[in-house]
Design a protein around this ligand. Structure first.
Ligand code: MSP
Length: 649
């Protein structure tokens, strides 16, 4: 089997932050996993270097645009090298063969009759490099995506017949329900396409920093729209329009993107591919956004978390583990040193690290470091079977990109090991002279650690290689086949005494933490002594029965879209996924307390069986639960993420 994994290509208008690191970590995880399973794998990342935004950023620094792009692109590459990201190719949209491929694609679209020339007049957002119809603009003509001012641009443009692909796209989404992951984001894309697709302006004459049209079209003032140029990188990297050397890797297996660029990847990109007669990628995986204190990170707010700093203080693999374990794929996550430290201490140090230390310590005492699996199945077949039950459910979680659940399940292998040590107390067995039994428990734990290392390898490659080395084997496709697929046990070996892998962390390690890194101390309230209450003091008036309560249907929903309601200072219009066929539109009076952006991807509690009503002429199909007092308003949310549509009660 062949797997092709891609990250988005990063804009070179600023250096990498933890959001970029997150996508890249996930893609690297998928690539490493694929290789370990013995699949032919190609992993692409790179930088997106054209467009007005980059041209302007370079101008501000008084640098030639190419030099500016070279410098920033190099910082991305260097960071990924420092983080040992196992990419096979780092593409740059300023690469000559990429430009050649984009031109070839443009010509093919022209031949196909999918491109025509016309005029475009519209509201253009330079920052997002996108035109927006009037109806989508926010108050004051601002961009609905980034909130910045748009300007009216009228220019001659080539158009791509996106409208032609509305139906084929809908058919594709219907037939491939796992094209968009997580599946909850599918509705969002479908409702956008159902709303009607306009043809897309795919060239610009207002700036010059981009791929020019093919010479045969004899129209030198046009450069390609950056998104057409950028999206094509996924195939030009394989030699499209050039030597086609790696085109066997197409279609991609998984293309990772942030939720903000899902529309480009789930609508425009498949339409372009259909036009080029190329197959569509198997999955587009859209992850959520990392915030600081619930706020978007931005340089102006000074709350950007530098991934290099985090890795320097906490270790890149601990950081990587934290990002994937902490946040369900698709949902937003909030970075804090405290949460990272807690994960390191509890999961890595207490569970994994401790188990390894115990097995090293016991084998040192009881068998001079020699470990033999000979009696493991005699005394511990149940534990081995239980571990394989867990291992067997991992692939499905992995394929659905539910990496937090993958890790959660995987960790149960360590619980089996720790429990076996407590229950079978090898130190007692040794005293009783039941040496075989004691050594079988030690060998059981070594085997559990070996199997867990193999399935954890894609997320913590070096750490698990160290564990494997201590356990006398190497992590390779062969050991994976033997220990995981064929369920074999370790051959006799001498365990290595290695220093603890995960020393505990007590205090935040990043000294000069940005302002947003200051954690709030928990408030501790002394609880009064608990007494058994015999008679109710609840006022009787207005009480309802439990049946009456259950007439109200309360459900968990995920906010897919949120936008300010023009001319209203109070209202936000939301689209909330309740696990129904189409998302609910809910108009809520919370604008004074929440920005639309901060709500996207978060969960809310919804009164789901209210009669639909109209607010300022807009349909509202539910109500959000919130608590309000003199200091403000807070939405009521589940403590941990729950499936959409879960009932509350
Ligand atoms: N250049 C385009 C992508 C073109 S792909 C053909 C782009 N670049 S970007 O540098 O702005 O963003 C790259 C990726 O980083 C996007 O997937 C985006 O979602 C992700 N992130 C940017 N900020 C983020 C967070 N704060 N959190 C998580 N991911 C974020 O878009």
């Amino acid at each position: 089997m062949r797997n092709y994994i891609t990250t988005p290509i990063y804009y070179v208008n600023g250096e990498a932050h933890i959001g970029h690191a997150y996508t890249t970590f996930i893609a690297d995880t998928l690539a490493r996993h694929s290789r370990l399973l013995g699949n032919e794998t190609y992993f692409l990342t790179g930088t997106d270097e054209h467009g007005q935004k980059i041209e302007e950023a370079a101008k501000k620094l008084d640098k030639p645009t190419q030099q500016f792009a070279d410098e920033i692109s190099a910082t991305f590459k260097k960071l990924w090298d420092e983080f040992d990201i196992s990419y096979d190719q780092f593409i740059r949209t300023t690469d000559e063969n990429h430009k050649k491929g984009v031109q070839a694609a443009f010509l093919k679209m022209v031949e196909k009759g999918d491109i025509y020339k016309d005029f475009y007049e519209g509201n253009y957002c330079v920052s997002c490099e996108t035109f927006f119809p009037e109806s989508q603009l926010m108050e004051g003509g601002c961009c609905p995506d980034c909130g910045r001012a748009t300007s009216i641009v009228k220019e001659e443009s080539y158009f791509f017949r996106l409208s032609k692909y509305e139906k084929p796209l809908m058919e594709y989404y219907e037939a491939h329900t796992d094209f968009i992951l997580p599946k909850s984001r599918r509705n969002e894309v479908i409702s956008f396409v159902r709303g009607g697709l306009h043809d897309l302006s795919v060239t610009r004459t207002s700036f010059n920093w981009g791929v020019h049209l093919p010479e045969s079209l004899n129209d030198p003032k046009h450069v390609m729209y950056v998104w057409l140029d950028a999206l094509m990188n996924y195939v030009t990297a394989l030699g499209y329009g050039d030597d086609e050397a790696l085109m066997d890797f197409w279609p991609a297996t998984t293309q990772l993107v942030g939720k903000d660029i899902l529309r480009f990847h789930a609508i425009y990109w498949p339409a372009f591919l259909m036009s080029l007669d190329l197959p569509l990628p198997k999955h587009i995986g859209a992850h959520g956004w990392w915030t600081r204190d619930g706020e978007k990170m931005s340089k102006s707010k000074g709350n950007v978390v530098d991934p290099r700093e985090v890795a320097k203080h906490y270790g890149v693999e601990n950081f990587r583990y934290f990002m994937m374990r902490e946040v369900p794929f698709g949902q937003d996550g909030d970075f804090s040193q405290r949460a990272l430290i807690d994960r390191m201490n509890s999961d890595l140090s207490n569970d994994l690290g401790n188990l390894l230390n115990r097995v090293i310590g016991m084998s040192e005492k009881y068998s001079d470091f020699a470990i033999d699996s000979v009696n493991v199945l005699k005394y511990h077949s149940k534990e081995i079977t239980d571990a394989h039950v867990i291992i067997d459910i991992l692939p499905e979680l992995f394929n659905d990109l539910q990496l937090h659940r993958y890790l959660e399940e995987l960790w149960k292998i360590f619980t089996i090991g720790n429990k076996a040590i407590e229950e079978h107390a090898p130190w007692v067995k040794i005293k009783e002279g039941r040496v075989d039994e004691a050594l079988a428990t030690v060998a059981l734990v070594a085997n559990l650690l070996a199997k867990a290392s193999l399935v954890l390898h894609c997320i913590m490659p070096h750490t698990t290689a160290t564990v494997a080395d201590a356990l006398g084997f190497e992590i390779t496709s062969t050991s994976y086949t033997n220990l995981i697929v064929n369920k074999e046990l370790l051959k006799p070996f001498t365990i290595k005494k290695i220093p603890p892998l995960f020393p505990r962390v007590d205090e935040p390690l990043m000294q000069e933490a940005p302002k947003a890194m200051i954690e709030v101390a928990p408030i501790v309230i002394a609880a009064p002594k608990m007494e058994d209450k015999k008679e109710s003091t609840v006022p009787l008036e207005g009480l309802i029965t439990i049946d009456q309560f259950f007439q109200t249907s309360l459900k968990i929903g995920t906010v897919l879209h949120a936008q300010e309601v023009p001319k209203s200072s109070k209202l936000l219009k939301l689209q909330v996924d309740l696990g129904e066929e189409t998302p609910r539109q809910i108009v809520a009076g919370i604008r004074e307390y929440y920005s639309a952006e901060s709500l996207i991807g978060t969960q809310v509690c919804v009164v789901a069986n209210l009669k639909p009503a109209k607010l300022m002429g807009m349909l509202s199909e539910g109500m959000l639960l919130a608590a309000k007092d003199a200091d403000g308003l807070s939405l009521i949310r589940p403590e941990k993420p729950r499936s959409v549509g879960s009932s509350i009660g």
